[in-house]
Design a protein around this ligand. Sequence first.
Ligand code: ZN
Length: 418
Amino acid sequence: MKATPLLLACTLAACATPPAPTDAEVLALHRRVLTLDTHKDIDPKLAPASLPADPATAAEFRRRFDPSLRGAQQVDFPKMREGGYDAAFFIVYTDQRRLDAGGYARALAEANQKFDAIHRMVQKHGDEIGLALSPDDVERLHGAGKLVACIGIENGYPMGLDPANIAAFHARGARYMSLAHNGHNQLGDSHTPAAPQHGGLSELGRRAIAEMNRLGIMVDVSHASRDTMLQAVAASTAPVIASHSGARAVNDHSRNLDDDQLRAIAERGGVVQCVALAEFVKSDAERSRALAAWRDQCGIGPQHQDTELDEAESDRRYQRFRDGLLALDQRFPRASVRDFVDHIDHVVRVAGIDHVCIGSDFDGGGGIDGWNDASTTANVTRELVRRGYDEAQIRQIWGGNLLRVWRQVEAVAARGGR
Ligand SMILES: [Zn+2]
């Protein structure tokens, strides 16, 4: 068959396209780029100060909590090295409980245990990993060949009613704080439940944002309700982040951001970190139902929120939950790296390449087929290359944009938060 001129032109254009990079070239690119994950949860027993006396119990303890071993966590040093996963925000998370003095005190104690754990990790393993308090620190430590830990707070609840606590968090190394988690709190409304309590930010929430701007703590709007989130973007004098949220147009989940929200963050110079938590990447009603039922069965569902559990019992329940997830994944396949990068593509289309990064939510529910722990991080880069992103863009997506925002937040703080 004779080729039409149009087909001939296409064929010539294809000839002019450079050949796809080899996998070795993609891996070399991945190694050159600083990869920064903005959301990696921790257990307060991370990097234990001492081990149980019984050898078998001690070995299990190390498997679960010693970051220098290739163990049960999705992120540990061997997996970070293997996967070219260079830096992460280690998360001081507290779940949402009652809004009273007892609840605040308990949350503050739990938050401090997690701060302690991160500091213990960098002290015990200082030859391997360093704590970054600034974007310059991130680049310096990475340049020196070290892994990098930064600290983010998930849920402003432990602040209680006193914004002065935020200065204490900053002194302990926190460089971002989310306003809410699941359930409304004293700072504002969460994405759940749907019925608002404050109509967005509370007055205290506004004061907290002003204090974060003054100190140089990035305001994180992940988990906040739409109104809270939009009001926070407007109230903050510095750009904001969404440390682990996807695009609602790709997957209609209340934890994801719609196009207006993406544009609002971008217009003020902020950045959205697409989240690699399977349910947020791609909803599967059957899987969600099975997951909720399994949570209930393990005694960690929403109706157990107010149950006071001792640490051992809480540990036992969460461990049982995690152990059962594997079977669930086999029955209901999870979202893939391709599904995940669809969110990145969408944020790039709507908000622009300068406003997207990545937050895995590893060790806090995150993980997708193909990127289930730090060791397989190059798979994300492979997919970005396959979709045509160049090295400079991949550098932005893998943390460059977040470092830019962090520097802007520092600059606002240097002006006294204005
Ligand atoms: Zn979260």
